[in-house]
Design a protein around this ligand. Structure first.
Ligand code: HEC
Length: 175
């Protein structure tokens, strides 16, 4: 191609014609002229590459949250929590229904805690239904809420966004 260009430059068009090299030259000429297209391709390639690198970094970094293991009592509590649709009215870490309050930190709340939680369960108030739990079930719910409470704070005002896209929160057991 450069040879074609050089020949054209020195005015030897006839050589190009003679050896049927003109189409090659025109192709090259077209490529040179559409610089904008070329730039777009470069930009798109760059963005796709950066996006891929970012994704590889995110999905292979071992920053992933450690799966939480509940003790048997807390597992039972979670089961009761799900069976009775507590989450349709209550939130944990802000997720759930909004009729009742968030229960993430109710266990360690200075004015609330274990007996306060238990008092609600079989009595019901205003819009909260009256349940009929056994003492064991109540303990299980408390164990579950205690576990939730031990994992962190909600709302967590100390949360910090990291460059990798993960959110860094201070866990209670790290204090
Ligand atoms: C139909 C909606 C609804 C369901 C289902 C429900 N609750 Fe409630 N709950 C409420 C409402 C509303 C309040 C707030 C009552 C008030 O403050 O007067 C509340 C309050 C509470 C409180 C006290 C919260 C606080 O900070 O004062 C606890 C603990 C609680 N619920 C636990 C549970 C558990 C455990 C379940 C499931 C077994 C459950 N609730 C199911 C609506 C519900």
């Amino acid at each position: 191609m450069y040879i074609c260009l050089a020949l054209k430059y020195i005015g030897c068009n006839f050589i190009l014609q003679e050896y049927r090299l003109l189409p090659i030259y025109f192709e090259y000429d077209f490529f040179m002229r559409s610089k904008k297209t070329k730039n777009n391709i470069i930009i798109i390639t760059l963005l796709v590459t950066l996006f891929s690198i970012y994704n590889i970094f995110i999905y292979t970094s071992d920053n992933k949250p450690i799966p939480v293991k509940l003790n048997p009592e807390a597992s039972l509590g979670l089961q009761i929590w799900q069976d009775n649709n507590c989450w349709s009215c209550h939130q944990v870490y802000g997720l759930g229904g909004y009729l009742g309050p968030d229960l993430t930190n109710i266990y360690s709340h200075p004015d609330k805690g274990e007996s306060y939680i238990k008092a609600f369960l079989n009595n019901g108030v205003k819009t909260m239904p009256k349940f009929n739990f056994t003492e064991k079930e109540k303990d299980a719910i408390v164990a579950y809420l205690k576990h939730i409470d031990s994992t962190g704070y909600y709302p967590n005002y100390g949360a910090r966004f990291k460059y990798s896209g993960w959110v860094e929160i201070k866990n209670k057991h790290e204090e």
